[in-house]
Design a protein around this ligand. Structure first.
Ligand SMILES: [Zn+2]
Length: 349
């Protein structure tokens, strides 16, 4: 069973899917439509703007690719179509997967693309009139593709540590837990500039605590852009999984805590290669040239595999499996850890 456990919806809109939706709905956003030529960009042309050209330590390059794809979020109907296409492509890429949904950023972007200043929208209206229809449309798209392909598709709600507005997050959280039966848990993600690139704002921690009464399974991106201390403070929140977490390799104590608590690291090799090339080289140099996944397995840490954002990173889950195999990862152990985590998330025996 090849099950993928770290993939984001916003990074799963392929050039082909964006082209199909842009032409069908005649979307004229500058990212999708060549006004001078009077036609929509082809999938090949879109690839040049949506895919990272090379590894870089500047996360802004990656974020720009995500922002460009979001230009297509012009209506709930279009978002629903993009979600369906992303689920179909991901289903063709594995035997089942979990998709992460950054609902706040999707709702904010939809309002912006409709020329509305989202901060002027009252939090309850933001949650009920914009975020809820998006969530319902994505759930319906998931149900459709799950039934059509027979492959299990899990949905996890992502909350960004960019944390633009506490009242809007609170309202969105209260709304989202009403849909808890269609979700498997929560994720904290996001790239923040400054001295602390992986902060956990106190009010966000409070909101997570409230939401976890309905959605207890928590994953947190940590130890990706920051060192092992980011993982140590994340462990205080008792997450079930940590996105990336590769900087645990800086500290024998952190590795031992991960192994002892059984928290799973979600490792995304191509993502690390593209987004943290300098830090990745340092980690490998300190571990006899081993890739993080190999070194983490050897330290007794449970690890699963993900493509993260396959479009900007020009990868797929199948490709990540190949990368892992070529690096000497213990594939039997990876599969056992993946099944263990899948059962934790789904509650299946
Ligand atoms: Zn991620």
């Amino acid at each position: 069973m090849n099950l993928e456990l770290h993939r984001h919806l916003e990074g799963s809109h392929s050039p082909a899917a964006l082209h199909a939706v842009a032409t069908r709905h005649d979307l004229r956003a500058k990212e999708l439509y060549d006004a001078a030529a009077g036609r929509h960009y082809t999938p090949d042309e879109l690839t040049r703007t949506l895919v990272m050209a090379a590894p870089t330590d500047d996360a802004g390059v990656f974020y720009d690719c995500i922002v460009k794809a979001r230009a297509a979020y012009v209506s709930v109907e279009v978002i629903a179509e993009l979600a369906r296409l992303a689920f179909e492509e991901a289903a063709a890429d594995s035997d089942g997967f979990e998709m992460r949904l950054s609902l706040f950023s999707m709702a904010r972007t939809l309002l912006e693309n409709q020329q509305q200043a989202w901060r002027t929208v009252k939090p309850i209206a933001f949650a009920d009139d914009t975020a809820r229809p998006i969530l319902q449309a994505v759930i319906a798209a998931r149900d459709h593709v799950q039934a059509a392909t027979g492959k299990p598709i899990l949905l996890r709600l992502g909350l960004s540590r960019t944390f633009e507005s506490e009242p809007h997050y609170r309202a969105l959280g209260a709304m989202a837990v009403e849909h808890a039966k269609d979700l498997v848990g929560l994720d904290v993600l996001g790239i923040v500039k400054g001295a602390d690139p992986e902060p956990m704002p106190e009010a966000l921690v409070d909101i997570l605590g409230e939401m976890r009464r309905s959605l207890p399974d928590l994953t947190i991106h940590a130890g990706e852009f920051d060192g092992h201390a980011s993982i140590d403070r994340t462990l205080a929140l008792e997450p079930h999984g940590i996105g990336h977490g590769v900087h645990a390799l800086e500290s024998a104590d952190t590795l031992a805590r991960l192994a002892a608590t059984g928290v799973t690291l979600e490792v995304c090799p191509t993502s690390n290669h593209l987004l943290i090339p300098t830090r990745l080289a340092a980690l490998r140099a300190a571990h006899d040239g081993q890739t993080p996944l190999c070194a983490l397995q050897r330290a007794g840490v449970h690890c699963v595999l993900g493509s993260d954002d396959p479009t900007p990173m020009a990868t797929s889950f199948q490709q990540e499996l190949e990368v892992a195999r070529a690096a000497g990862v213990d594939m039997a152990r990876l599969e056992a850890d993946t099944l263990r985590r899948w059962r934790q998330i789904t509650g299946q025996p």
